[in-house]
Design a protein around this ligand. Structure first.
Ligand code: ADP
Ligand code: MG
Length: 602
């Protein structure tokens, strides 16, 4: 398509504003132009954080010699169709603003060879003053060279950060553009040194590209998303909840392959992961929304980083729904990086895997094995296998002989072999072993059941034989009393008891032998945080989490083999059982192969 000047009416409708804020915006605009030109390989070179040089070369369709001056004219674009429909934008650019804006604040040169042309041509602009078009040497595509950015605007130069942080911003920009365009190869060099190299990723879903940018642990565990509602398609990959980070910066969102930061989408992600990841932590994900350009307005903001959806509710629903389905489908799966962290802890001098996972309390004291308590009342071997339920944990080492038959069945979390330190269950699986944090696992199970029970109104209460009296300050009592009715619906029946105390008569049956005193105190704290206005029903997730946290199988409680196995089976059938309500893993898995490696057998 040829470049033409936009009519004034269209110009006035374009979101006004300077698009070039910093070197990373130059990179963004130039790379987007290359992508719009159908490039399959884009090379970016920067010097001094982009201040001295930004050079972008592509193998796209090129610009015809006679159009070079036009490319630099304000509001000249080849990308808006004749009807000037700003609501149907299929390309990344459409405003014809980037090149003139860059040219106005730098020394800019364009060298380009139009597809099918015998030779390349070049044009140079300095602080807005355009030279003439001359023949130049270039095999194909276009190269944009931007030198001395902001040299003519010292005020803006002053606002630039250090070369290092401008470089970081450029790197992130290239990452985002590369994620959105897995088929295109990218190379980024900074001051002559290679900073990024992404080969074209022809594999499914661009997962290899995502792995290169978001890390192997993310890609190895990520849940594939593919959903559609009323013509709006959502694809991409969502991280398992145990792969969380301290900021939302690893939540990459693309609308029609355009990297965006959008409040609505981030809000939807938060809602979907609500009770899977602790407050203040953020899951990692890369989501791609594809929809009719008429359904989304990208012309809201000069840098096009924000968008507005015509049917925001539909988009939100689609994202939450798709993520929830994927997360529920993940069931008891926990991140393998948690196991890598565990392995790292075993290895002398090993690291603890990815930053997000819990530091595992598995590091052995000197040697390398677990210690397990061996009760004096251990049943004789053999009997252990046949008795449906026996009360003592048993010695894993002694039962190896009976393994074969158990290996053949399909219990993913295996069979309990021992309880260690009254806290962890060691289970043997077909091809390895699993260590379960019994409290975390049980908490998740109770939590999910409680949510289900609340959902269908079937909460069971349990009368306390001896009502519990809890001393509290007046403010806490007030808060709890105010919510008495709602708490009763959740299964907790409390009354005022003189001044400075409350009496607890009934608790949710699911809690079992909960520590009622600390439960009530925690709830009072929680209510203080939630404030007055909010209905508990809406905050159900948080309340359930608090309740579940006080559930009966605490660390330190001895479990029978039958209880342990029952817990494993419940985990297998409980949604999200791979992590507790705080996003910590409920179990780690060590594959036989990993164990063999630890012992140098591989
Ligand atoms: P926009 O991208 O909004 O159209 P720009 O100022 O970024 O505006 O670019 C102006 C025009 O220059 C584009 O419409 C396009 O025709 C042409 N152009 C810019 N960069 C390239 C490139 N790398 N390859 C081919 N054409 C380009
Ligand atoms: Mg452009």
């Amino acid at each position: 398509m040829t470049i033409r000047l936009l009519p004034e009416g269209v110009v006035n409708r374009i979101a006004a504003g300077e698009v070039i804020e910093r070197p990373a915006s130059v990179v963004k605009e130039l790379v987007e132009n290359a992508l719009d030109a159908g490039a399959t390989r884009i090379e970016i070179a920067v010097e001094d954080g982009g201040r001295a040089l930004v050079r972008v070369s592509d193998d796209g369709e090129g610009i015809a010699a006679e159009e070079l001056p036009l490319a630099l004219a304000r509001h000249a674009t080849s990308k808006l169709a004749d009807d000037d429909d700003l609501l149907a934008i299929h390309s990344l650019g459409f405003r014809g603003e980037a090149l003139p804006s860059i040219a106005a604040v730098s020394r800019l040169a364009i060298v380009s060879r139009r597809k099918g042309a015998d030779t390349a041509f070049e044009i140079v602009v300095e602080a807005g003053a355009m030279g003439s078009v001359r023949p130049a040497a270039r095999a194909r595509g276009t190269e944009l060279i931007v030198r001395d950015l902001f040299f003519a605007t010292p005020a803006r130069l002053k606002f630039l950060k250090s070369a290092r942080s401008e470089m970081l911003a450029i790197g992130e920009m290239v990452d985002r553009l590369a994620m959105a365009n897995p088929l295109v190869g990218f190379v980024l060099t900074a001051d002559g040194r290679l900073a990024r190299r992404f080969e074209p990723d022809l594999g499914p879903g661009g997962l290899a590209r995502l792995a290169a940018i978001m890390g192997r642990p993310f890609a190895d565990n990520a849940l594939a998303i593919d959903a559609e509602r009323e013509g709006i398609r959502l694809t991409g990959f969502a991280g398992v909840p145990t792969e969380h980070r301290a900021s939302a910066q690893h939540q990459y969102l693309f609308v029609n392959r355009r990297p965006v930061r959008d409040r609505l989408v981030h809000g939807a992600v938060r809602a979907a992961y609500q009770d899977l990841v602790a407050g203040g932590r953020h899951p990692m994900l890369a989501l791609f929304l594809e929809l009719d350009p008429h359904e989304v307005d990208v012309n809201v903001h000069p840098t096009k980083a924000e968008v507005r959806f015509r049917d925001a509710g539909l988009v939100r629903g689609l994202i939450i729904g798709a993520l929830k389905v994927a997360l529920a489908g993940a069931g008891h799966r926990a991140s393998s990086s948690v196991s890598s962290a565990a392995l790292g802890a075993f290895r002398p001098g090993g690291d603890h895997g990815s930053g997000g996972s819990r530091q595992l309390p598995l590091a052995p004291h000197g040697g390398g094995g677990f210690s397990y308590e061996r009760p004096s009342s251990m049943p004789p071997r053999g009997l252990a296998e046949s008795a449906a339920s026996f009360q003592a944990p048993y010695d894993a080492a002694r039962d190896n002989a009976a393994d074969a038959d158990e290996n053949s069945d399909a219990a993913p979390l295996g069979h309990a072999r021992a309880q260690v330190h009254g806290t962890y269950i060691v289970a043997q699986t077909t091809d390895g072993l699993i260590i379960v944090d019994q409290h975390a696992a049980h908490e998740r199970i109770v939590f999910e059941r409680m949510k289900a029970a609340l959902g269908d109104g079937s909460v069971k209460r349990q009368m306390l034989l001896v009502p519990e009296i809890v001393e509290l300050d007046e403010a806490a009592i007030e808060r709890l009393m105010e919510r008495g009715g709602e708490l009763a619906e959740l299964g907790l029946v409390i009354e005022r008891f003189g001044s400075g105390a409350m009496i607890v008569r009934e608790v949710p049956a699911l809690l079992g032998q909960a520590d009622v005193k600390s439960l009530v105190r925690d709830l009072a704290d929680e209510l203080a945080e939630l404030g007055h206005a909010v209905a508990l029903k809406e905050k159900l997730g948080e309340i359930c989490a608090t309740l579940a946290c006080h559930s009966s199988i605490r660390a330190g409680r001895r479990l029978s083999a039958a209880e342990m196995d029952a817990l494993l089976r419940q985990m297998e059938s409980t949604p999200h059982a791979g992590q507790c309500n705080h996003g910590r893993p409920t179990y780690v898995e060590l594959k036989l192969a990993d164990i063999e490696r630890l012992f140098g057998r591989r």
